[in-house]
Design a protein. Structure first.
Length: 397
């Protein structure tokens, strides 16, 4: 009996030892699984950052590629548990940029086996595939939240255009459900957007958006002396001549307005347009202050800017150094306006029914809101070159 009891006690002790050993093995195995998962997650994050970096760098001239790509990699990777990170880039032929990133992560329970760190390494290559498009829309505010706001029904078809926004505000843009922005490239300086189910193409965050190339370069009209003061046009046919229009002018009951060629200066008020048609060739509108034109009630507009002279290809522009103000297009049944619309101080809103078709278009504003708009755009002769960045690129790794 005593021998049997001794045997049982011996067996219990052995089982405890075996169980303890198995527990260690199980814990280490679980730790290996956890660390392996962390390694995979780190590699995924590093790969995404490296992809963004080579895509940004490959579009640039050789002397800028590495610096811009490295900055993009750092911005995209952000704060992670990856340590000892290094990244390098090299040209792979004339049109390719290759990148490699390395780092390490500290282990958890795997350290019990003497493995203190795990290596993380990724590689990526991007190539340019020809020249892209010019910048058709440039928003200049550097601080605005929601610099681009697209609400339900807003549609922009601009496959040969780029859209740039310089704001570092958060979010830089909001794409709400039922919106569709098709562009060759969407370049946002800001790091974040809100995507509520909208559709958009070729979006880049933390991107070097273009500066204003027109600041201080557009010709200011020589005279601001008023030639017309206030006015009301009620239906019928109206023909307007170039001049300085001071105060408020109302276009009611859908008049048919014809503009003679020249520059129309709008000052100390604005034009309130309620329906009708607008026609004119060789026309430029200049806002001497925070004056504006507000289109309401399904206006049908077909206007072209001058083809030559000091105002060549300028459709609308404003005086320099104005304080920010609103500029609203409420309704345009069919708007065809080519050329440059330069309103750098304006927070511009295009509301329901604003249909715009432009075969040659550049829009410069402070911020932009689109509500149920339908736009078809092509670059203007006064387009904004995005330098080397207007090349399209793709991953080839």
């Amino acid at each position: 009996m005593r021998l049997f009891r001794s045997f049982l006690e011996h067996e219990k002790g052995s089982v405890a030892i075996v169980f303890a050993l198995l527990l260690v093995v199980l814990l280490v195995s679980a730790g290996i699984g956890v660390d392996y998962g962390r390694q995979l997650a780190a590699r995924t994050a590093m790969q995404q950052a490296l992809d963004a970096a080579v895509l940004a760098g490959v579009k640039l001239s050789p002397d800028r590629q590495n610096a811009v790509a490295a900055k993009m990699f750092e911005a995209e990777l952000g704060d992670t548990y990856i340590q000892n990170t290094s990244v390098s880039f090299s040209r792979d032929g004339e049109h390719r940029l290759a990148g490699r990133a390395d780092g390490q992560i500290k282990t958890t329970l795997t350290a019990l086996l003497g493995v203190k760190t795990l290596d993380v390494a990724t590689a990526s290559t991007a190539e340019t595939s020809g020249e892209g498009a010019a910048v058709c829309i440039l928003a200049l505010s550097r601080t605005a939240s929601q610099q681009f706001l697209l609400n339900s029904g807003a549609k922009v078809d601009a496959p040969n255009c780029e859209v740039h926004g310089k704001s570092t505000g958060s979010p830089a843009a909001i794409f709400n459900s039922g919106t569709d922005l098709k562009a060759a490239r969407i370049c946002l300086t800001g790091k974040s957007i809100i995507d509520n189910g909208g559709r958009y193409t070729n979006l880049e965050k933390s991107c070097a958006a273009e500066d204003d190339p027109f600041a201080g370069r557009l010709p200011v009209p020589a005279s601001n002396a008023c030639t017309q003061n206030h006015g009301n046009y009620n239906g019928g046919n109206v023909t307007l001549a170039p001049g300085v229009y001071c105060g408020w002018f109302n276009f009611n009951n859908s008049p048919n307005v014809t503009f003679q060629p020249g520059v129309y200066v709008i000052k100390n008020g604005g034009w309130n347009v309620n329906g009708g048609t607008w026609r004119g060739d060789g026309v430029t509108f200049y806002y001497a202050d925070t004056s504006k034109i507000q289109f309401n009630s399904a206006v049908d507009v077909t206007l072209t800017p001058p083809a030559s002279g000091p105002y060549a290809n300028i459709m609308m522009f404003e005086a320099p150094n104005l304080s920010p103000s609103q500029f609203v297009f409420n309704d345009a049944k069919d708007m065809k306006m080519d050329g440059l619309i330069y309103l750098p101080s304006r927070d511009v809103t295009f509301n329901s029914g604003s249909k715009l078709s432009a075969k040659s278009f550049t829009l410069v504003i402070n911020t932009l809101i689109l509500n149920q708009t339908n736009w078809t755009l092509k670059p203007s002769k006064s387009n904004i070159s995005s330098g080397d960045g207007n090349k399209s690129a793709r991953l080839v790794r």
